[in-house]
Design a protein around this ligand. Structure first.
Ligand SMILES: Cc1cc2nc3c(=O)[nH]c(=O)nc-3n(C[C@H](O)[C@H](O)[C@H](O)COP(=O)(O)OP(=O)(O)OC[C@H]3O[C@@H](n4cnc5c(N)ncnc54)[C@H](O)[C@@H]3O)c2cc1C
Length: 465
């Protein structure tokens, strides 16, 4: 392997591996340093992919137990083989991480295995697992080192009884009682998995609402559906203490009243923090903000010339697709192109059932900014395809500027919301109006008709309600 590259990327998550592929496509000699045994970062190994595999499997289990009878299907005794479910999840992960290895080979990207440290601008040292160290020269260095679970102070994670998301993706039994600390998307998704598989799940959230970054109306609707499914919520509740007690865990919470909860396991899902430890940023003077994120300008340049950063380690939502967009855009910038990312058009999805998806501004944000807007809302109960599927929970809400009709935000709770949001994202990216969606022919019967009807609703002319 050469000792000099045009670009050396540190971290092979969705930010880093996409940056590497795009840089290689453009013709830059590219290497990617990754300390894990497999490529794909948090997303493929311990994040998006294993969580969605378990959500899919647990959804099928719950469907077989509760929902198929409505369709006239008798399935007899439904049993759970958790080992087989976990093995399937692991196979999905391996297939996809090997897929990234294949893409690296195809694009002639060198995977430098080991832990990277920036020794000087243009120089990266890589410590291998076997104790060897080598140093390479880089025209540009990209920090794509991602994030890790934020711990609760004084509560050590053992991944047996006190879990991070990583442990909650790999339990070998269904806990009888699971307490989830944090009502964000990771806590709700993993809480849903274990609730569907038979655990009694309680979500404890400091704020007075769940999914704090989303439109409040969606949060309220989601909490209602999840409560109906059997998840209990304690909002406005602060965890005072967690300690092991007997075979389980005791959780003391403070809120309107002090309460004690006991559980077999507790999942700490209070957020994620950027990963920069050991990179040598202090020595070379790469600036970080109060939250530990690497500070970058609009072109992803850090405070040190020739060093860039993308993905979870910088500002913005910690989402795989945001990291991927930044990876591709940065590679193109290094090749002299001028791409830009519209951060207002980055969708966010919670993969519970029903799914929840948002893009653009929430109603609260528009009100706070004094923006005049009109809202069109359409429920899935009035959407024929949702009726045929037996999935009628939720609605689509489209927010458009009162004066120009330009779409400012779209918020969906309902079946396949994560797929439906793509239409609204495209609309925002293109500066489309609600009228543009309302005038677009949507196939019948599909769930996407709810998008058209909500857009019609902005002008008070929805047809089917
Ligand atoms: C349970 C869970 C579910 C999630 N679900 C979703 C989802 O459904 N959709 C979504 O968009 N996002 C989801 N996310 C978030 C998503 O995983 C991250 O936003 C995304 O992985 C960030 O990509 P990244 O490239 O910035 O960093 P990462 O994916 O974190 O990758 C960084 C890589 O850098 C490596 N690294 C770090 N330091 C060094 C070093 N010094 N030397 C060498 N290598 C190093 C790490 O080993 C890691 O592999 C989820 C996260 C979790 C935990």
């Amino acid at each position: 392997m050469p000792d000099r590259y045009d670009v050396v990327i540190i971290g092979a998550g969705p930010g880093g591996y996409v940056a590497a592929i795009r840089a290689a496509q453009i013709g830059l000699q590219t290497a990617c340093v990754e300390g894990r045994d497999s490529l794909g970062g948090t997303c493929l190994n311990i994040g998006c992919i294993p969580s969605k595999a378990l959500l899919q499997s647990s959804e099928k289990f719950a469907e077989a137990r509760h929902a198929l009878a409505e369709h006239g299907i008798k399935v007899g005794d439904v049993g759970l083989d958790l080992g087989a479910m976990m093995a399937r999840k692991d196979r999905v992960v391996t297939t996809l991480t090997r897929g990234v290895e294949f893409l690296f080979r195809k694009n002639k990207i060198d995977w430098l295995k080991g832990i990277a440290r920036i020794t000087a601008p243009g120089r990266v040292a890589i410590a291998g697992a076997d104790g060897t160290e080598r140093e390479v020269e880089a025209g540009s260095i990209v920090i794509a080192t991602g994030s890790e679970s934020t711990p609760l102070p004084g509560v050590p994670i053992d991944e047996q009884r006190i879990l991070s998301s990583t442990g909650a993706l790999a339990l070998d039994h269904v806990p009888n009682r699971l307490v989830v600390i944090g009502g964000g998307y990771i806590g709700l998704e993993l809480g849903s998995v274990w609730q569907r598989l038979g655990a009694n799940v309680t979500v404890v959230e400091l704020l007075d609402r769940i999914v704090p970054n989303m439109d409040r109306e969606l949060a309220t609707a989601l909490q209602r559906v999840l409560t109906r499914q059997g998840i209990e919520f304690k909002l406005g509740a602060k965890v005072a203490q967690i300690h092991k007690a007997g075979d389980g865990v005791a959780i003391e919470i403070e809120g309107a009243e002090r309460q004690s909860l006991s559980a077999d396991a507790v999942l700490v899902a209070i957020g994620r923090r950027p990963c920069t430890k050991g990179l040598g940023l202090e020595t070379i003077g790469v600036e970080r903000d109060a939250q530990g994120r690497v500070v970058v300008d609009d072109g992803f340049a850090t405070s040190v010339a020739g060093i860039y950063a993308i993905g979870d380690v910088i500002r913005g939502p910690m989402l795989a697709h945001k990291a991927m967009e930044e990876g591709a855009a940065l590679a193109e910038r290094l090749a002299g192109q001028k791409p830009s990312i519209d951060y207002n058009a980055i969708p966010a999805v919670v993969y519970t059932w029903p799914e929840v998806a948002s893009v653009g501004s929430t109603e609260e944000e528009l009100k706070a900014a004094g923006t005049l807007y009109r809202a069109g809302k359409f429920p899935f109960t009035a959407t024929p395809r949702a009726r045929t599927n037996g999935d009628t929970d939720g609605f689509v809400k489209i927010l458009a500027d009162s004066a120009t009709d330009r779409i400012l935000g779209a918020h969906i709770i309902g079946p396949d919301a994560g797929t439906l949001i793509a239409e609204a994202t495209l609309a925002i990216e293109f500066g489309a109006s609600a009228e543009d969606i309302a005038r677009t022919c949507h196939a019948h019967p599909t769930l996407s008709e709810a998008m058209k009807e909500a857009a019609l609703g902005v002008d008070g002319r929805a047809i089917h309600i």
